[in-house]
Structure formats: structure tokens, C-alpha cells
Design a binder for this molecule. Structure first.
Ligand code: NAP
Length: 298
């Protein structure tokens, strides 16, 4: 029995980061512009602190300036919105990232709506959401963008391909569905109220799992030869050891049925940061009327 090809997210992300590094250097040398990313961290959630640190380090590696702004967890939405307004007007800043989740009681929609859409490198501002669904140029959310690039590494042509997206969150499932639709896939979105999710999944040439349920997608949900992208990141407790990271797909079982599959970790995760860097560079160019240095199709 042949096993599925493992799609190497780390290698594909490293390739994209390499292209971002080259494009950032050209921007500096030809136009005297250093792209800049500002990250806003509210509260003291340790996972969020780690994510922001990793993003700052990734910026330094590709030649993008990074600015970290920390606010106390009880600062209130108006303080965050004031900071966002200041960063909107700061010419050194091309991208603004608000690390989610925000502390309880702060409505992320209010914060996202305050962002200049041209600096919204997470692609969560309603204007960018609208652009995505209308198939117009905007800033596309990073994880969904990463999923599309992984799929393109396997499928030269996505037109007419039957795709099932498990999950319909605003930041993952829905934008993935929009991107696949724009790529001419036939898209079905499965969520917690869907009847017989397994039967729908078995029809999929492309199955994207983004539900946050450890190993919920079993081998018998997968059409033989399908491409499976596992977005899930779940921390499963292990006695006397740090929790183990697993995806939404039962990898060992799925691997025996699928044609190509991503792993957790090492699949979608590395693509998310690479796409954030790409978006920052893209925002830096677009704000100044320069052409897109790294088109998504590339
Ligand atoms: P979320 O906001 O909790 O949304 C989960 C979605 O899955 C919801 O639409 C929910 O349906 C659906 N769902 C839950 N249980 C289901 C089930 N048994 N069958 C069918 N659908 C079900 O989560 P999220 O933010 O989209 O994240 C999803 C996963 O991706 C998480 O594990 C997260 O950690 C991971 N993630 C990874 C990255 C990365 O870089 N790799 C980035 C972001 C998120 P309803 O809408 O009906 O409730």
C-alpha cells in the first residue's frame, strides 16, 4: 500500500521567506524603504507572548522592521483603538497586527474596524473581508493564504476540484472557502450543525480541516487519493510531559488513504508566519503605488 506524500510546509514556507527576503532587500536598495510591522499585544497570555516574539524574530530574519506594543489586559478598548490610530498614521509602519485572542470583554471587531485597511496584514478588517469575497485585491488572511499555497504545491489547476472545508470561523474556515471559490473549486463548508459530515468529506478531492478537535477526521472520512490539509493545532495532555501538539486529522490513519497530506506541526503553521511577512511587504508596496513583489499565484 502506498502512503500519501507529506506536504512539507516548513520547506515551502522557507522558500516563501527567502523570496520575501530578496524582495525586501530590493525595496530597500531601489526605493530606500524598509517595510515595518507593528504588533499589539494586550494582556499577559503566555502563548500570545510567544507568537509575537516569533513574529518579531521572523521579521528580523527577512529584513522587515518590527515594533512591539504591549498594553495591560485591563486597558479597555479605547486605549487599543487610540494606539491603532497612532500606528495608522505612522509612516514607518506598513502592517499592524493585533494578537488574538484579546482579553475577555474587548470586542475584537471594534479593534479590527479601527485599522487602516491598507495596513491590515491579518486581513480581518471588514473591507478586506469584502474584497476577498468579491475576488478583488485586498489583504488576505495569513493562514488561509498559506493553505492555498500548500494546495497549489500539489494541484497545478484547482478549477472544478471538489473541496470540503471543515470549520466556518471568520479567521480560518470562511476565508479558506472564499479563496477556494475564487480558485474555481466547488466548495462545501461543513460546521457543527452539518448532518453527516463524514459523507460530505468522502466526496472531497481537497479536504481542509479547521475545527480544533484533536484527530476528529478519521481515515474513513477521506476519499482515496485526496489532498488533506490539517489546519488544527490542539494541545493534548500527556502525563509528566508537556502537552503534545496534534491536528484535527488522525494523521497515521489518513496517510494510508490520502494522496497528499500535511502534518502537525510542520504543515500549515510555518506558512502562517511566512504569509504575514509577505502581506507586510505587499502592504509596504501598495501604500506607495509600487507593484506587488510576490503575487499569490507565484
Ligand atoms: P473556531 O473559531 O473554534 O472554529 C471552529 C469551527 O469548527 C466552527 O466553525 C465550528 O462550527 C466548527 N466545528 C467544531 N466542531 C465541529 C465538528 N465536530 N464538526 C464540524 N465542524 C465543527 O476555531 P478556528 O479559530 O477556526 O481554528 C480552528 C483550528 O485551527 C484550531 O485548532 C486552531 O488552533 C487552528 N489554527 C491554526 C492556525 C495555524 O497557523 N496553523 C491558525 C489559526 C487557527 P460552528 O461554527 O457551527 O460552531
Amino acid at each position: 500500500m502506498t502512503e500519501a506524500t507529506v506536504i512539507d510546509g516548513k520547506a515551502i514556507a522557507a522558500g516563501l521567506r527567502g523570496r520575501v527576503t530578496e524582495a525586501a532587500a530590493i525595496l530597500r536598495e531601489r526605493h530606500r524603504i524598509t517595510a515595518g510591522l507593528a504588533a499589539i499585544l494586550v494582556g499577559d497570555d503566555s502563548a500570545s507572548q510567544l507568537y509575537v516574539r516569533n513574529k518579531s524574530r521572523a521579521c528580523a530574519e527577512v529584513g522587515i522592521a518590527s515594533f512591539e506594543h504591549r498594553l495591560p489586559g485591563d486597558c479597555g478598548v479605547s486605549t487599543i483603538v487610540e494606539l491603532v490610530a497612532r500606528l495608522n498614521g505612522d509612516d514607518r509602519v506598513d502592517g499592524i497586527l493585533v494578537q488574538l485572542p484579546l482579553p475577555h470583554g474587548i470586542d475584537p471587531r471594534q479593534v479590527m474596524a479601527a485599522l487602516d485597511p491598507a495596513k491590515d496584514v491579518d486581513g480581518f478588517h471588514p473591507m478586506n473581508v469584502g474584497h476577498l469575497w468579491r475576488g478583488e485585491p485586498g489583504l488576505v488572511p495569513c493562514t488561509p493564504q498559506g493553505v492555498l499555497l500548500l494546495l497549489r504545491s500539489v494541484h497545478a489547476d484547482l478549477s472544478g476540484v471538489e473541496a470540503v472545508v471543515l470549520g466556518r470561523s471568520q479567521i480560518v474556515g470562511r476565508p479558506i472557502a472564499a479563496l477556494l471559490l475564487a480558485a474555481d473549486c466547488t466548495v462545501t463548508v461543513v460546521h457543527s450543525k452539518t448532518r453527516d459530515a463524514a459523507a460530505l468529506c468522502r466526496r472531497a478531492d481537497i479536504l481542509v480541516a479547521a475545527i480544533g478537535r484533536p484527530a476528529a477526521v478519521m481515515a474513513d472520512w477521506i476519499k482515496p487519493g485526496a489532498t488533506v490539509i490539517d489546519v488544527g493545532i490542539n494541545r493534548v495532555p500527556v502525563a509528566d510531559r508537556p502537552p503534545r501538539l496534534v491536528g484535527d486529522v488522525d494523521f497515521d490513519g489518513a496517510r494510508r488513504v490520502a494522496g497528499a497530506i500535511t502534518q502537525v506541526p510542520g504543515g500549515v503553521g510555518p506558512m502562517t508566519i511566512a504569509c504575514l511577512l509577505r502581506n507586510t511587504l505587499l502592504a509596504a508596496c501598495r501604500r506607495r503605488g509600487l507593484p506587488d513583489p510576490l503575487p499569490l499565484q507565484a
